[in-house]
Design a protein around this ligand. Structure first.
Ligand code: AMP
Length: 588
C-alpha cells in the first residue's frame, strides 16, 4: 500500500507538551528582542555565550546537574557538572590571560570529542577570544590553511594529533604562538615548542571575571567551503546565543530535564551550535560519544543513557537502516521523545524508518554554517511531509527567489516553483562576515535578503523542499567539501596537469568525492599512479576530504573563461543531459 504523503501530528498525542504548539500564533507573537529576554545578560551588562551556557546554571539550582556525560570508547564515562564546568572554564580563561591571549585573538581547537575541547571552547569565550574548532579528521593541509586564514594565535590539540597533523606543517603557521597539548597517558607532555595543558590548568585560579562582551562581539569562527578558492571563515557573534536558545526551544523542543544527544562533531557548526551551546543554554544534560559511529553502540547509548531528544544526520540514519531492523528491535527506547536530523537531504524512507525502528518519525531541519542556527524545521506538533525540510521557525522569513541579470533578485510568489532559498537578514546568529573576504560576503546579499546558495521550492502549505545546491560544493557524510581544495592537493603531484572534482551520488553518505585528472605530457595513466594520488590526497587532506575515486581523462571541459565545468563532468558521470553548453571552451 502506498504510504500517505503526511504524518499527522496533534499536540494531544505528545507525551510532553511541546514548546511550540500552534505554529501560526507562535510566529505571529515572536520577536527576536522578546526572545533575547530569556537570556540573563552579564551581571555588569553585555552578553557572553559562556556565561549564559555555563555560569548562569552553575550559580543556580542546576549547579550539580551534569552538563556533559562523556562516553569513552572503552565503555567508561566521565560527567562534568555545570559547577565543575564553570570552574574548569574559569581556569582555562586564566591560562589564556597568563599567556597574554586577549579578547579578539583567535584560538583553534583540534581534538576529538574529549572534555578538554569543550573546556577550551567555553573558557576561550569567557576571555572574549574567538574560537575555531577544527575537524580532527582533517589532514595537515586543511589545518594549516584554516589556521593561517584565521590568524590562529593559540592551538589546543592532543599530543598524537600534534605529532601527526601539526608538526609537518607547523613552520607554515605564521601566526601561531602557543600550542597547548592534551596528554593522552596522564603524564605531562614534553614536546618541544608546546605547553602541557593539564599543568597550566592545575596552576590556574578557579576565579575569573568574564571579559565584558556584547551581542556584536565575535565569538566563533567556522570554516565552510565554496566552489572556488580558499575555505571561507564565517564569523559569528555572542548574540547568536539568542537563536541557539530559541531554536533549542522550538526546533529541538528542549525541556529542563532532557537528556540530549547531538551526534555531530564540534569541528562542524552543528556540533558547536547544538553539541555545545544550545543544550547548555537550556541547562540540560548532553551526551558526548567520544567513539566513532557503530550501530550497536549507538542503539545502546540511546537506550542506556535514556536519551530523550536526539539530533543526528541522514548519513548516520542511513547507516542504521543498513544495519537492519533487527538490531533496532533488540533495543527499547522508552525515554526517547523527539528525533531530528540535519545536514543533507533526508529521504522520505528514513522518516518512515524512524517510526518503525524507534517509534518516532525523524524530523528534518535545515540550516547552514552561515545561518549559525536552525532556520527551517519540522517541529514536534506539526504534520510532517516526509521529504520536506519543514517550515521556517518563528523569527525566520524564508523565500524562493530568482536572480536577475542586474544582480538583484525577484521573489517567486507561486508555490512549487524552484528557485534559490533566501532568508530575510536580521536573525541574531547570522554570520557577520567571511574573514578577510568582504566582497564574497557582500555577494551573499541582495537588499535585505541573504542568499543561501541552495535551490528549493515551497509548497502551498508553506513547507520547503530541498532541490539541490546552486554551486558545486560537495556534501559527503554531512560534511561540506570544497572541490577547489581537493583539486589543489591533486595538482601538487607533478604528473597532474589539471583536476576537476565532483560529488558522485552515494546511497549511504549522500555524495562521495570523485576526481577527474588529466596528466602532463610524458605521464601515462596507471593503477599505480591512481593509488599514489589517492594516498597523497588522504595524507594531506585527511580521510574525510580526500577523493574516493579518480578517473584519468584526456582533457577537462572548461568554460571559455577557463573555469572547469564540474557540472558537465557530473552530468557525464551520471549519464544525464549535459545542459547548456554555450560557455564550453571550443563550443558544444
Ligand atoms: P554546512 O554549512 O556545512 O552546515 O552545510 C550547509 C548545507 O548543507 C546547506 O546549504 C545545504 O546544502 C545542506 N543541508 C543542510 N541541511 C539540509 C537539509 N535538511 N536538507 C538538505 N540539505 C541540507
Amino acid at each position: 500500500m502506498p504510504r500517505p504523503t503526511a504524518i499527522r501530528k496533534s499536540v494531544s498525542d505528545l507525551r510532553v507538551p511541546p514548546n511550540l504548539d500552534d505554529y501560526g500564533s507562535a510566529r505571529a507573537g515572536f520577536s527576536w528582542a522578546g526572545a533575547a529576554q530569556a537570556l540573563a545578560g552579564l551581571p555588569g551588562g553585555g552578553l557572553n555565550i559562556a556565561w549564559e551556557a555555563v555560569d548562569r546554571h552553575a550559580a543556580g539550582p542546576h549547579a550539580g546537574r551534569p552538563a556533559f556525560r562523556f562516553l569513552r570508547a572503552d565503555g567508561s564515562e566521565r560527567e562534568l557538572a555545570y559547577a565543575e564546568l564553570a570552574r574548569l572554564t574559569n581556569r582555562f580563561c586564566n591560562v589564556l590571560r597568563r599567556l597574554g591571549v586577549a579578547k579578539g585573538d583567535r584560538l583553534f581547537v583540534l581534538c576529538g570529542r574529549i572534555p578538554e575541547l569543550y573546556v577550551a571552547v567555553l573558557g576561550a569565550l569567557k576571555n572574549g577570544t574567538v574560537v575555531s574548532p577544527l575537524f580532527s579528521a582533517f589532514g595537515p593541509e586543511p589545518i594549516r590553511t584554516r589556521m593561517n586564514l584565521g590568524g590562529g594565535k593559540v592551538l589546543v590539540t592532543t599530543e598524537s594529533l600534534y605529532r601527526r597533523k601539526v608538526l609537518p606543517v607547523r613552520d607554515g603557521m605564521e601566526t601561531l604562538e602557543h600550542v597547548l597539548l592534551v596528554s593522552e597517558d596522564g603524564a605531562p607532555t614534553r614536546v618541544p615548542g608546546t605547553l602541557d595543558l593539564a599543568t597550566l590548568l592545575a596552576e590556574a585560579s578557579d576565579d575569573c571575571e568574564i571579559e565584558p562582551t556584547g551581542p556584536d562581539d565575535p565569538s566563533l569562527l567556522h570554516f565552510t567551503s565554496g566552489t572556488t578558492g580558499m575555505p571561507k571563515g564565517a564569523l559569528h557573534v555572542h548574540g547568536a546565543a539568542v537563536t541557539h536558545y530559541a531554536t533549542g526551544l522550538y526546533a529541538l523542543d528542549l525541556h529542563p530535564d532532557d537528556v540530549f544527544w547531538c551526534t555531530a562533531d564540534p569541528g562542524w557548526v552543528t556540533g558547536t551550535s547544538y553539541g555545545i551551546v544550545a543544550p547548555l543554554l537550556h541547562g540540560v544534560t548532553s551526551i558526548v560519544d567520544e567513539a566513532d559511529f557503530d550501530a550497536e553502540r549507538w542503539y545502546g547509548i540511546l537506550e542506556r543513557q535514556g536519551v530523550t531528544v536526539w539530533y543526528t544526520a541522514p548519513t548516520a540514519i542511513r547507516m542504521l537502516m543498513k544495519a537492519g531492523a533487527g538490531l533496532a528491535r533488540a533495543h527499547r527506547f522508552p525515554a526517547l521523545r523527539f528525533v531530528a536530523s540535519v545536514g543533507e537531504p533526508l529521504n522520505p524512507e528514513a522518516v518512515w524508518w524512524g517510526l518503525e525502528a524507534l517509534g518516532l518519525p525523524i524530523h528534518d531541519n535545515w540550516w547552514q554554517t552561515e545561518t549559525g542556527g536552525i532556520m527551517i524545521a519540522n517541529t514536534p506538533s506539526q504534520d510532517i511531509k516526509p521529504g520536506s525540510m519543514g517550515r521556517p521557525l518563528p523569527g525566520v522569513d524564508a523565500f524562493i527567489v530568482r536572480r536577475r541579470e542586474d544582480g538583484g533578485v525577484e521573489v517567486v510568489d507561486k508555490p512549487n516553483v524552484e528557485g534559490e532559498l533566501a532568508l530575510r537578514a536580521g536573525w541574531p546568529s547570522m554570520f557577520r562576515g567571511y574573514l578577510g573576504q568582504e566582497e564574497r560576503y557582500r555577494k551573499c546579499f541582495a537588499g535585505e535578503l541573504y542568499l543561501t546558495g541552495d535551490v528549493a521550492r515551497r509548497d502551498e502549505d508553506g513547507y520547503f523542499w530541498f532541490v539541490g545546491r546552486a554551486d558545486d560544493v560537495i556534501k559527503s557524510a554531512g560534511h561540506l567539501i570544497g572541490p577547489f581544495e581537493v583539486e589543489s592537493a591533486l595538482m601538487e603531484n607533478p604528473a597532474v596537469a589539471e583536476a576537476g572534482v565532483i560529488g558522485k551520488p552515494d546511497p549511504t553518505v549522500g555524495e562521495v568525492v570523485k576526481a577527474f585528472v588529466s596528466l602532463r605530457q610524458g605521464y601515462q595513466p596507471s593503477d599505480a599512479l591512481r593509488t599514489e594520488l589517492l594516498a597523497h590526497a588522504r595524507k594531506t587532506l585527511g580521510a574525510a576530504v580526500a577523493p574516493k575515486e579518480i578517473d584519468f581523462v584526456a582533457t577537462l571541459p572548461r568554460t571559455r573563461s577557463g573555469k572547469i565545468m564540474r557540472r558537465l563532468l557530473k552530468a557525464r558521470e551520471l549519464g544525464l543531459p549535459e545542459g547548456d553548453l554555450s560557455t564550453l571552451e571550443g563550443g558544444a
